[in-house]
Design a binder for this molecule. Structure first.
Ligand code: ATP
Length: 235
């Protein structure tokens, strides 16, 4: 579903990603771990073509995305929830979701609003509230709801648990796992919260200074103490 080959990314003169190759199979669920500054966000932005200058190959499904603008990538079935959520603060919760729904590609019809409120029961009572009036946890739920409303094939989530209370993290993990199953979504997740990653994904990549330091299952990750020590500094 997602194929990245020999990807290099640059901010100005700074060379951030160095020849990254990775694959996420159809309906695969993959986490990218790494220390601060390892290049995780840059990787997601490079796949979405929403920031750094890139060279190398990014293909979603059978379609090489080339230099397609990020908003056109929605038509290839891609949705990105960025670290800062990018909620539209001066329109309502429901209007934020509607904007996501209109990103749907012709062959994957938009998700019905009722379905969104069933997956995200906390958003129903807030539907008329302005995006800017939500708590951090509510905004994160809304950001994910808006992204899945386009029925994406490939969902990129950048640190969705950052700043969330543990009870909201648990709720979000259950919702993300359920929606990915129901919509057959391929998931690429960047996280610091390994508990959340384990709940929602089955494959792990570790990035270190813009290169892939590890790729394997959670079982292989657990067995590889040196990866955790050298590249993540967790025991
Ligand atoms: P974190 O966990 O802290 O979010 P990360 O693994 O996501 O880290 P990136 O945000 O991708 O790392 O950053 C990788 C490198 O690129 C860092 O050295 C960072 O300073 C640099 N960088 C990120 N964004 C920019 C930018 N807009 N312009 C210049 N350099 C940048």
């Amino acid at each position: 579903m997602l194929q990245v080959e020999n990807l290099n990314a640059f901010y100005g003169q700074s060379h951030i990603l160095h020849g990254i190759s990775l694959e996420v199979p159809d309906c695969g669920r993959t986490t990218v771990l790494g220390r601060n500054g390892a290049g995780k966000t840059t990787l997601l932005k490079s796949i979405a073509n929403s920031g750094p200058r890139v060279d190398g190959k990014v293909a979603i499904g059978n379609a090489p995305t080339g230099r397609t603008a990020w908003f056109k990538r929605a038509k290839h079935g891609l949705a990105l929830v960025p670290e800062d959520r990018r909620i539209f603060t001066h329109i309502s919760v429901e209007e934020n979701i509607e904007l996501g729904r209109f990103g749907a590609s012709a062959d994957r019809p938009m998700v019905k609003l009722d379905q969104i409120y069933e997956w995200f029961p906390m958003l129903g009572p807030l539907r008329a509230r302005l995006g800017g009036q939500l708590s951090g946890g509510q905004q994160q739920m809304l950001a994910v709801a808006r992204a899945v409303a386009s029925r994406p094939r490939l969902l990129l989530l950048d640190e969705p648990t950052e700043g969330l209370a543990p009870v909201i993290v648990e709720e979000l993990a259950a919702i993300v796992a359920k929606i990915c199953n129901e919509l057959d979504i391929t998931l690429l997740l960047v996280e610091q919260n390994i508990w959340f990653s384990r709940q929602t994904t089955d494959h792990v990549y570790v990035l270190d200074t813009g290169t892939v330091a590890f790729s394997g299952s959670w079982q292989q990750f657990d067995a590889d103490e040196s990866v955790r020590n050298r590249h993540l500094a967790i025991a």
